[in-house]
Design a protein around this ligand. Structure first.
Ligand SMILES: Cc1cc2nc3c(=O)[nH]c(=O)nc-3n(C[C@H](O)[C@H](O)[C@H](O)COP(=O)(O)OP(=O)(O)OC[C@H]3O[C@@H](n4cnc5c(N)ncnc54)[C@H](O)[C@@H]3O)c2cc1C
Length: 287
């Protein structure tokens, strides 16, 4: 009896995309990793990632979910989930560079819809083209599930804001040019009956007062996490995303979409685990 978790798709468009993606992952990308000696436990550099961002963009995968005006193919969540499952099943170290999870359009999530013309031109369109990269900085040591207890604070100062705080678990931080940082507005949420207000900012990681430090290493063993340390870091008003006070809504909207997309990735990883287990069971020799 044969048993396979590898899905087939009735929708011809999804089937064609999945087929093309499998070909790229198992062919060109596998060769690239082999030639550069890229392994799961090694330390990736931006120089390893950038050629994959560019090639994936040429092939139409990088940012494929985006609307056509941003060079995407306006995929449905079902189609995007099918592609995410293939990435998870591939075992490629750089699979997270293909659709833009690692610093690209998928990391930015749906914040594009809040961006001003200036923010699109300076940050988000270069990101969609694979020329710039971002991380997303919401979590703090004591503010994970209970994210509203965050301590990073934004204080108005002239034509901008001063940000101070310490973010952890910013995935793609080691490769990013800028962070999407969520902070509590100063003088809000300090009294029991006063609700905190949050805002989201685009922060250049080379700004004075901003440091990118090595973050925790997750169980996968990859070095892809950073701490973002802000010490009186000045950010212009032009870098405020959406309206002041709407940052938590923007951030949680992004998180909801991205967490949904973790599910097909894990289904793909499960397929790979089954395949590896079957191969091992069929080929191992008992002494
Ligand atoms: C690999 C990885 C990548 C990440 N990338 C990013 C990123 O790019 N940007 C970013 O901002 N964050 C990122 N995070 C952080 C992630 O969003 C947080 O880990 C998550 O919000 C949970 O927070 P926590 O780890 O502090 O766990 P906690 O909030 O401390 O939760 C620990 C456990 O307690 C449970 N729990 C919590 N509250 C309750 C409750 N009230 N009742 C019952 N059970 C409860 C939780 O379900 C969980 O099982 C990443 C995390 C990981 C592991």
């Amino acid at each position: 009896m044969t048993f396979s978790l590898r899905p087939t798709y009735d929708d011809p468009r999804t089937a064609e995309l999945v087929d093309r993606l499998r070909g790229y992952l198992d062919g060109e990308l596998a060769d690239y990793e082999r030639e550069r000696g890229i392994t799961p436990m090694g330390r990736l550099t931006r120089a390893d990632l950038e050629p994959v961002w560019r090639r994936s963009r040429e092939l139409g995968f990088y940012g494929i979910h985006l609307p056509k005006e941003y060079g995407g193919q306006n995929l449905t969540y079902t189609q995007l989930a099918a592609l995410k499952e293939e990435l998870g099943a591939s075992g490629r170290v750089l699979s997270h560079c293909v659709l833009g999870d690692m610093g690209g359009p998928l990391r930015a999530g749906d914040i594009l819809k809040y961006a001003t013309r200036h923010q699109l031109d300076t940050y988000l369109l270069p990101l969609v083209r694979g020329e710039r990269a971002c991380c997303f900085s919401l979590t703090e040591t004591d503010a994970g599930s209970d994210v509203r207890s965050m301590r990073t604070v934004a204080t108005r100062d002239g034509e901008g804001y001063r940000l101070s705080g310490h973010k952890v678990f910013s995935s793609a931080g080691p490769f990013a040019d800028f962070a999407i940082v969520v902070a509590r507005m100063a003088d809000t949420g300090e009294l029991p009956d006063d609700k905190p207000r949050f805002s989201a900012f685009l922060v250049d990681l080379d700004s004075p007062g901003c440091r990118v430090e090595d973050g925790a290493t997750p169980m996968s063993g990859e070095h892809i996490e950073s701490d973002i340390v802000l010490d009186d870091c000045w950010v212009p008003t032009a870098n405020l995303l959406g309206e002041e006070g709407t940052g938590m809504r923007i951030a949680l909207g992004r998180v909801t979409t991205n967490r949904l997309l973790h599910c097909p990735s894990v289904l793909g990883a499960t397929r790979r685990a089954l395949d590896l287990t079957l191969t091992r069971a069929r080929t191992r020799m008992v002494a």
